[in-house]
Design a protein around this ligand. Structure first.
Ligand code: SAT
Ligand code: MN
Length: 595
């Protein structure tokens, strides 16, 4: 256990409020994990998968009301409302805490309170942070064991030091003798995913799913950490990290931010189609970055696993992800075949008869209902990824040469372009967006802006966050060593609606150009929006048929960009006074170049 006074007092306080039947300090061992899995199988919450096909793996089905992050129930609680900004739900800390204290009172009755010490980042890294999550969900414990470094080793490193307190309850106490449900949770209007960035605390109530419950991930590593990073001069970003080695053996690392559903995990695990190049994965979701003594920016992946969307992941789309999930994996809301294997839409073969859907029904093709929930997930240990980078646990991190931004843009945005300078690159990140069709989850059709892919994850005012990015450039120890900034768009379509770029492993060809641009080894053509490639420098060997589309893929059309500027104007208006002057200047300069 621990003699950490703050920790012991904190646990005691929450035991008194939540009134669990017992308290258990998680040690992170394999035996403990097995015991919890066995208990959950016995209670009917978990299904043990076929030991030959999926050794050490288990499947869970959530309640149909608890299947994803709940942005409308997610709060940033700062003393001043203005500091949470226009993109976050806000409540005053004292008000939120008063509401939640009442909800937490007795909320763990009949359940075990688990105390989970965890480290975001390699144990002992100076970029890493320690959190302690208390939870009444054993499902959370077994997932945190995959997604973080967790257990006794963390307490040993913590010693008498400080930690980020994270409180979680599914919000479903059990009365004496009451039968538990398979997925306990509270109704949607009682769920609260609350963050107190100014005091570095997380209070989550009512959901057992994903980022609502595994508090190390979006809550700590992005919302709380982004605020800490601003205070302390580092960066916590919603970015994958990958290593790229060229045929000469030269290696560079890049970090990339894309809104959801743009293939971030696929890019992080890309298998190059051009000979001699190698891609290795450091992380698929979050990057924490600090400047090293040599003036370079270094990144760590604070996580230890992949919490990936299962549907449409297959040996064709992402073999490295598939292989990562082949053992010791927790699946949530996927289908289970009669022989105890997993199945989901797009896995690459037909659904076996008799498969049980995520809603616990025998699959009926006539029903029109999917087998796996569209947000079904796998939690897989990162070290099982065949392409995991040798330095993925290096406590010093890996040096970052380039940042990539991008979204799904069927028109306007070229395949790739480079920023003119740091501030211009920050401008590019601030206007990232994806085009959504009217059908998509009730949103207005058009470009949905998701600056830096941080919209749901920034723990403070987004305008101040833009300023933080500007300041990182301004205060860099050596401006010549700052990562170069690029925007990519794999999703451009022809007027007739055909994808112009093949995507997937072929994206390596764009990464090759970026790699060379980092060394100033390719010619760039200046356009009003930034520097585009000379098409001769995009390697099309083996996909010569794409050559006919290259002009269109790289085109910067003035009229389209004037329309884009009108949309950016609307987007920027949301942030009012807090848009940095540097970004206003970049926007004005873009308009002047287009005029
Ligand atoms: O559920 S998570 O927040 O961890 C993943 C996601 O929705 O992006
Ligand atoms: Mn993410």
């Amino acid at each position: 256990m621990t003699s950490n006074k703050k920790l012991l007092a904190w646990v005691e306080e929450w035991v008194a409020l939540c009134q669990p039947a017992s308290v258990y300090w998680v040690d992170g061992s394999a035996e403990e994990n097995q015991r919890l899995m066995d208990e959950m199988v016995a209670s009917g919450m978990a299904t043990k998968l076929n030991e030959e096909k999926q050794p050490g793996s288990y499947a869970f089905n959530s309640d149909p009301s608890d299947v994803a992050r709940v942005e409308n129930r997610t709060y940033i609680c700062t003393e001043n409302e203005g500091d949470a900004g226009p993109t976050n739900n806000w409540m005053a800390p004292s008000e939120m805490k008063a509401i939640l204290r009442e909800k937490y009172r007795g909320c763990m009755k009949g359940r075990t309170m688990y105390v989970i010490p965890f480290s975001m980042g390699p144990l002992g890294s100076n970029i890493a942070k320690i959190g302690i999550e208390i939870t009444d969900s054993a499902y959370v414990v077994v997932n945190m064991r995959i997604m973080t470094r967790m257990g006794k080793a963390v307490l040993d490193i913590l010693g008498e030091g400080d930690f980020i307190p994270c409180v979680h309850s599914v919000g479903s106490p059990l009365a004496e003798g009451q039968q538990d449900s398979k997925w306990p949770c509270a109704p949607i209007e009682e769920k609260y995913i609350s963050h107190f960035p100014e005091t570095a605390e997380i209070w989550s109530f009512g959901s057992g799913y994903g980022g609502n419950a595994l508090l190390g991930k979006k809550c700590l590593a992005l919302r709380i950490a982004s605020y800490m990073a601003k205070q302390e001069g580092w960066m916590a970003e919603h970015m994958l990290i990958m290593g790229i080695t060229n045929p000469k053996g030269v290696k560079k690392y890049i970090a990339a931010a894309f809104p959801s559903a743009c293939g971030k995990t696929n890019l992080a695990m890309l298998i190059p189609t051009i000979p001699g190049w190698k891609v290795e994965t450091v992380g698929d979701d979050i990057a924490w970055m600090k400047f090293g003594a040599d003036g370079q920016l270094y990144a760590i992946n604070p996580e230890a696993g992949f919490f990936g969307v299962a549907p449409f992941t297959s040996m064709a789309t992402n073999p490295n992800a598939m292989i990562s999930t082949k053992a010791n994996t927790v699946f949530t809301n996927v289908g289970i075949t009669p022989d105890g294997d997993i199945w989901w839409e797009g896995i690459g073969h037909d659904c076996p008869e008799g498969t049980i859907t995520w809603k616990n029904k025998v699959y009926d093709p006539a029903s029109g209902e999917p087998v796996a929930h569209p947000n079904a997930r796998f939690s897989a240990p990162a070290m099982q990824c065949p392409a995991i980078d040798a330095d993925w646990e290096n406590p010093a991190g890996v040096p970052i040469s380039a940042f990539l931004f991008g979204g799904r843009r069927p028109s306007t945005v070229p395949l790739v372009y480079q920023s003119l300078n740091w501030n211009h690159g920050v401008f590019m990140g601030s206007v990232v967006g994806s085009e959504v069709t009217a059908a998509a989850i009730g949103l207005k059709a058009g470009v949905r802006r998701d600056p830096f892919a941080m919209l749901p994850f920034c723990g403070y005012h987004m305008g101040d966050y833009f300023q933080h990015w500007i300041n990182i450039g301004k205060n860099a120890p050596d401006a010549t060593k700052l990562p170069k900034i690029f925007n990519v768009n794999w999703f451009r379509k022809s007027d007739s609606g055909k994808w112009l770029w093949p995507g997937f492993g072929e994206n390596m060809r764009v990464l090759e150009w970026i790699f060379n641009a980092c060394d100033n080894a390719v010619e760039t053509i200046e356009t009003p929006i930034g520097k585009v490639p000379n098409k001769k420098d995009i390697n099309l060997a083996g996909i010569e048929e794409v050559a006919a589309d290259m002009d269109e893929l790289l085109a910067v059309e003035k009229s389209k960009w004037l329309d884009e500027c009108a949309l950016i104007e609307e987007h920027y208006a949301n942030f009012g006074e807090r848009i940095p002057a540097e970004l206003v200047a970049e926007f004005e300069a873009l308009k002047a170049r287009l005029a």
